[in-house]
Write a protein that binds this ligand. Sequence first.
Ligand SMILES: C[S@@+](CC[C@H](N)C(=O)[O-])C[C@H]1O[C@@H](n2cnc3c(N)ncnc32)[C@H](O)[C@@H]1O
Length: 375
Amino acid sequence: MATPDDTTWDLDPHTEAKHVIIREYLKAWYPICTGGQFKEFTYAEGFSGPGIYKGGEPGSPVVALDVFLRRSELLRPAQRLNVLLIEKRDDRVEELRRQVSRKLDEYGGRPAQMKITFREDDCTTALLPALQELSPRRSPFFAVLDGWGGPDAIPLDIARSAANRPGGEVLVTFQPQHLVRFATVETRAQAGDRCFGSDAWRAVVDQPKDMKKKFLVDCYRKSLFDAGFGYVASFEMRDEHKNELHLVFASNHPKGLIKMKEAMWKVDKQQGFMFRDPRDPAQLAFFFEEKPELGPLRRALLSKLEEGPTEVEKLRDFALRETVYRDSHAGTLLKDLFKEGIIESSTGRVPRKQDRVWLAKQTPPSTQPQQGTLF
Ligand SMILES: C[S@@+](CC[C@H](N)C(=O)[O-])C[C@H]1O[C@@H](n2cnc3c(N)ncnc32)[C@H](O)[C@@H]1O
């Protein structure tokens, strides 16, 4: 899609899917924040947009507000929820203010514990100072960074700062084709360096054509790990013209990753990482297949088990951290493998989280060390 010039523009299926992910994630994030020990927490959007689409559909800041307002009773009297909305175009900020106040009216006004801050500014320079001013304490903060053509509009410093806060998380819109195009244009490439935190990504020019985009997504995931995050997940979307858009999520908490994967799998029940535009006729079948395609994870688990007996917990963690799958998918597969007689478990029963498992043809590990092996 060409960058729109009007205040509002048409909602495309990509964006709708992105909104489902944001909504579903916040439905988990918000009760976790209100139910915890935190006195305050912040939801931020660096590229807010006008809060409404041409057809009247809500923009992401309004989607988020709806989640918070729908359950405003969860906010304890002494808690504060900051909503920080940054947008650089004045006409869009004006529209956003209108849409936010319409949403607040729908729920009878703004709860006293909620503070909404609008900034007509450039996210790259305004986000961190605004966050520091609003919330100088190291409290949880979730930032949606949904620029156009990004992520070269998003310096890695923002992610670094989020990674340094307990409960700091980011969801970044990542468009690889844009970076493939600009890797050799020096001024644009320098913006890329700020986004990745180094110039290693420029090696994209040496990659085979069909590997370039994957190379960039992998580079960006690595940058987020280097920024200090412990958990990173990405979700691919494609439109009818085969343009790719990735959402990359980073968190310091496994629960963040578990909840984000649940949200992503709500958009794509089959593979969990790929939303494809329904206007693309070749992809229609994709949508009607409700059963997740677990084949790749099954093969990966079997290959892990080839290395020897291991804990179910470790295999679940492997699925969560290193694949597109959820930890519960690994649990389900291990139960199936047990019932098929392909693996055995330390209890001799269907394996649970705390059990060890191994391939049936392998020698089970003894619980008591053999005399000879002690020395
Ligand atoms: C993809 S749209 C955001 C859509 C919105 N997140 C949603 O889902 O409804 C990107 C927005 O970022 C704004 N923008 C672009 N560059 C920006 C910057 N450097 N700082 C702040 N806003 C920016 C654009 O004006 C546009 O409204």
